[in-house]
Write a new protein. Sequence first.
Length: 154
Amino acid sequence: MDENGVLEFLGVGCLRPVVWLDETSGRLLRERATNCGYITISVDARRMLSKSALLAELAEAMRFPEWFGNNWDALLDCLRDVSTLVGSDAVLLFIENAGALEALPQEELATFIGVVGDIATSYLRVRGVRLRLCLVDGLGLLKSSIGVSEQYVL
């Protein structure tokens, strides 16, 4: 990803909620995010090797409330309120070492990416909240395992 790609992805008009990045592009994106009004949250996929571990890591990193139910519906509910939880209308969620997510069943990984993508897309349109999921260092097997199209690769 070059500078123009970074700025396009961070822009208000970008409708791509999920991207796969190599480490270099991830660093560049993180460096530019603050200047564009984003807060960044990072979690390590090596600590997310099951659905419950994935949800627990997200809950801690994104300050989900105590009532968080550690299931997909609860994730959806909390992401609907992400701007209140983290104190910003522009959030980049970095999943570092994303290749480790291939330890999850394919269906669980696709559900996670789908939930984040759906919320990010709908909330950008309805409320102007910019939530982006950045999967770093997961270009190989992870991308092909859930059939991601090239539109998600920066």
